[in-house]
Design a protein around this ligand. Structure first.
Ligand code: ZN
Length: 689
């Protein structure tokens, strides 16, 4: 529930602007101020080879590359640590395929066999269609769209595919073939249609196919002790099955259980990582993580998370485990993910200003006094550079993560929040053409976003993570949001964190703290948010569909709510010009007040566990799409031809060995292309059947 997607970030277009941003950040870091912004031109002697940010484009996807800045500053021991952690992460890669859908692994392996070995004609349109399909499967870790959750269908025939299977000696069961080609079968990865049975409607492999939502709810109703102040994350690391008697049971992911071969391999690399840990606390956390993978004990997972959350020294960090529960329609089971991170000291220091002032933000928030935390504790925020990603974090990646997820651990032991700096960077650098001009109401708006948009986005992300998710408290005796707000919990939580960011990004305090040069940054963020929430993001939805994804729902919810409530004062005016729709903010201060009002209400809903009000808010403002406006958006973005989704190839971490097989260095290289990396991964990290 605490993951920021790439779409939080606005596309930035030109290199000059990026340089000024760097300079701006540098000025902030060193305490020098804005007047020296245009000093010191780039030295002319620097000649860099142009870096190819875009590796591939397929269907609605772009596959990008990212760099690993600061690699050469690491010691050999730290490089080894990063390498081992990355290997541990990749060792579990198969798991996410199997979690996403029960036929994904066998389909992927058949595709790998065909793409890797077929020696027939690779120039036909059928072959192109096959390659498109294979890339989409690799990108989504399965046959359902990574974001929209719908199954995508091959555009080649079943007969053609069968001819490729027999030509390469690969095989696939009849049922897996049906899964690929039958449009009706397991159509949706994760269903959010609360009118039906969420478990039966979802294709995810967290539940054996005939298990119903009511059965699962009854199972956990019995198991969960409401009075437990420190509950484990029930169901997080298991698949739900029926035992011999037909009763529900958890098939636990562990070294000698489900996904055992992959987990044993992960343990092997984590053990090596523990051997080169940067400090005792980090080593202790590795030991606990290893014990958890050996036993599958969720108490150990909590102990590990406490140790991990408190390990704040050291330059290397990581996320590894069954973590986010978005892919389970009922929000119990965690998807496997791995992210290896190197600290970005400069940017982190800047963001620390926010966490040091967390109490000020809590005290000055619009939420009701009884919902405020008297002591906001344990907030840390770091910008990191990613060195490798796997599982649910790749190729599609978050740009920010805030963990652990267990509320009681966050409350008592704190949490760690990171923004993935080099990923954001790569995404921005790759976005050559921009649709900014198309949807901006006027030239002033465009100029402001060009000048301040990048900083605005960085600060909004920081506020969302550090201040937003940490803010507010539940009323005594009210269950967790997952229990009270059920399928609306994620959308409402993301909305809450977004509005905290929106409310404070126009606060003079941000200028006073030296975080931004003027309130123009906040205005740029408002412009971007409103045009995205009311229009731009609709480009990622197919005609006739409604908004389904939690982050998109939350953005539309916020934008549509303030648009409606601002109508009497025309706070946001809807303008039609040359047959095109624009939304123009006429009064930024009044808009800020509206954000504050909505924040108070959503916090009240969370604090009181008011399911009906939460449901009404999401269903009224977050879900429905204005068909005409949607079509207009699709028509207007079509000429730009920019795939709406982006993901990443990982750099390769290549160890250099001496004659005794000892690692003497680790080099970072870029893979040739997406296909090659996927085939290599398939060969090297295939531990499950
Ligand atoms: Zn969030």
């Amino acid at each position: 529930m605490l993951r920021v997607s790439i779409f939080t970030s606005r596309i930035i277009t030109n290199l000059t602007m990026k340089k000024s941003l760097y300079f701006l950040l540098f000025a902030l870091m060193t305490g020098s101020v804005y007047q020296c912004k245009q000093a010191t031109p780039e030295p002319e002697t620097i000649t860099e080879e142009p870096f190819e940010w875009v590796a591939d484009t397929v269907a609605d996807l772009r596959i990008l590359r990212y760099q690993v800045p600061g690699w050469d500053k690491l010691s050999l021991q730290q490089k080894k640590l990063v390498y081992y952690l990355n290997q541990a992460g990749l060792a579990g890669r198969d798991i996410i395929y199997d979690q996403n859908y029960r036929h994904n692994l066998s389909i992927r392996k058949a595709l790998e066999s065909i793409v890797g070995t077929y020696d027939g004609d690779r120039t036909t349109s059928d072959w192109q269609a096959l390659m498109t399909y294979a890339k989409r499967v690799w990108f989504s870790n399965g046959i359902h769209h990574h974001y929209g959750n719908d199954k995508f269908l091959p555009t080649f025939s079943r007969e053609y595919f069968q001819s490729l299977l027999s030509a390469t000696g690969a095989n696939l069961s009849e049922e897996a073939l049906n899964a690929m080609f039958d449009p009706e079968m397991d159509q949706k990865k994760v269903s959010s249609d609360a009118a039906g049975d969420l478990v039966l409607q979802s294709a995810t492999n967290f539940y054996a196919p005939d298990i119903t939502q009511a059965e699962v709810e009854a199972f956990y109703l019995k198991r969960i002790d409401k009075s437990d102040q420190r509950p484990v994350s029930h169901g997080l690391n298991s698949r739900m099955i029926r035992d011999a008697s037909g009763a529900l049971a958890e098939d636990v992911y562990k070294a000698d259980g489900l996904y055992g071969p992959a987990i044993q391999e992960m343990i092997k690399w984590l053990t090596l990582a523990a051997g080169v840990a940067e400090n005792e606390a980090q080593k202790n956390a590795f030991d606990l993580l290893i014990r958890y993978y050996q036993t599958g004990d969720l108490r150990t997972w909590d102990e590990y998370n406490i140790a991990w959350a408190q390990t704040t020294e050291g330059d290397i960090d990581y996320i590894n485990g069954f973590v986010e529960v978005y892919n389970d329609p009922l929000g119990y089971r965690g998807s496997y993910e791995n992210i290896v991170q190197i600290k970005d000291f400069e940017a982190s220091e800047r963001m620390q200003v926010l966490s040091q002032n967390a109490q000020w933000f809590e005290d000055n928030s619009t939420i009701l006094a009884e919902h405020k935390k008297p002591n906001v504790v344990g907030i840390t925020y770091n910008v990191v550079n990613v060195a490798g990603e796997s599982g649910d974090a790749a190729p599609s990646t978050p740009i920010g993560v805030n963990l652990p997820n267990a509320n009681w651990i966050r409350e008592h032991y704190g949490s760690k929040s990171v923004s993935l700096g080099n990923i954001t960077e790569a995404y921005e650098m790759a976005s050559g053409g921009s649709i900014l001009n198309e949807f901006a109401h006027d030239a002033e708006e465009v100029a402001r976003i060009k000048e301040h948009g990048a900083l605005g986005d960085k600060l909004a992300t920081a506020l969302h993570e550090v201040i937003g998710h940490a803010s507010g408290k539940l009323n005594p005796g009210v269950g967790t949001p997952k229990e009270t707000l059920k399928s609306y919990a994620s959308t409402l939580e993301e909305a809450r964190a977004d509005i905290v960011a929106l409310y404070f990004i126009l606060d003079p305090k941000m200028v006073e703290l030296g975080l931004m040069p003027s309130l123009e940054v906040g205005k740029a963020e408002y412009d971007g948010f409103i045009s995205n929430g009311l229009m731009k993001q609709l480009r990622r939805i197919e005609p006739g569909k409604n908004v389904e994804e939690a982050h998109m729902r939350n953005r539309q919810l916020i934008a549509a709510w303030v648009f409606e409530k601002g109508q009497p004062d025309n706070v946001i005016e809807r303008v039609t010009r040359d047959g095109k729709t624009y939304f123009n903010i006429t009064d930024y201060e009044k808009l800020r007040v509206l954000f504050g009002n909505l924040l108070q209400e959503i916090q009240r809903i969370k604090s009181e566990g008011d399911y009906e009000a939460g449901k009404a808010l999401v269903e009224t403002y977050g879900v429905q799409v204005d068909r005409d406006l949607h079509q207009e958006v699709l028509d207007r973005v079509k000429p730009f031809n920019i795939p709406p989704y982006a993901g990443f190839i990982n750099p390769e971490l290549v160890p250099e060995l001496d004659e005794n097989g000892e690692i003497i260095d680790v080099k970072v290289t870029q893979p040739k292309d997406f296909i090659q990396q996927m085939l290599d991964y398939g060969k090297k990290y295939s531990f499950l059947k």
